[in-house]
Write a protein that binds this ligand. Structure first.
Ligand SMILES: [Zn+2]
Ligand SMILES: [Zn+2]
Length: 247
């Protein structure tokens, strides 16, 4: 049974349609704002229930507000996703065929890389093997800028990663398409791209960088949580505000 939606739910959804993706803190502020505007009750810990009510009405339209973690900072995000088209074809109204082919190639490289990153040079080199109309260097650079602006990719120092929005929205597609290559994080069990890997060849578990930071925080002699081998990687600092999972 779908629950009744009020004006506060509608306002929240309208904002999500504009934003596409928002972090947990902003989502909580938006929830509070929507409830205050429409004078409805607002309990700070009821955001997920509030969103569930919206989702029950979105389901017939194959849409959903889905929660996921940022591989950059470990924070939770909410994204409005389209469940009708579960792959890259959803982007066909915004991108040309050859642009989508290049995006797919970039995704192949990111998924098959060890740390979830690909350099712009490697993406530019992909244009040589395109089956659709090849993109010029300037067109490729322009496309990459657009993919970053439209929140499909992130860029830092010439290296590209899948954005949080892309991972939340395309996770079912990525899991189906790259069955043999994708691994989940040993700590949070979400799909893992930007991560550290256990160097024991018989183990090889992956842990997201923010999950590494939290898991090994304060441990001077880190060992793999699966095989107990020494964890040789540099342990990143816990970044940003976090209230959950602190020990
Ligand atoms: Zn994780
Ligand atoms: Zn291990």
């Amino acid at each position: 049974m779908s629950r009744q939606l009020g004006d506060s739910h509608r306002r929240f959804l309208q904002n999500m349609m504009t934003l596409g993706i928002t972090n947990e803190q902003e989502a909580k502020a938006l929830y509070q704002n929507c409830c205050e505007t429409h004078k409805t009750q607002c309990a700070p810990d009821k955001l997920d229930e509030f969103i569930d009510a919206i989702n029950s009405r979105l389901q017939p339209m194959f849409m959903q507000i889905r929660k996921g973690m940022s591989e950059e900072n470990g924070h939770q995000y909410y994204a409005l996703v389209n469940m009708a088209e579960t792959d890259i074809t959803r982007m066909t109204s915004d991108y040309a065929d050859n642009e989508l082919e290049l995006f797919r190639k970039a995704m192949d490289l990111i998924v098959s890389s060890e740390n979830g990153k690909v350099s712009s040079t490697d993406i530019l080199n992909c244009t040589d093997t395109m089956t659709s109309k090849s993109l010029k260097k300037s067109e490729t650079q322009h496309l990459l800028t657009r993919l970053v602006q439209e929140k499909w990719l992130c860029e830092r120092r010439g290296e590209y990663t899948l954005s949080t929005r892309c991972i939340i929205e395309m996770e079912p597609y990525i899991r189906a398409m790259y069955q043999d290559q994708v691994k989940v994080c040993h700590i949070c069990h979400n799909i893992a791209f930007q991560c550290q890997i256990c160097e024991n060849p018989l183990c090889g578990i992956k842990i997201h960088n923010p999950c590494v930071a939290r898991y090994f925080k304060g441990r001077t002699d880190p060992h793999c949580p699966a095989c107990d081998d020494f964890w040789p990687h540099e342990i990143p600092e816990v970044r940003g505000l976090r209230s959950q999972s602190k020990r």
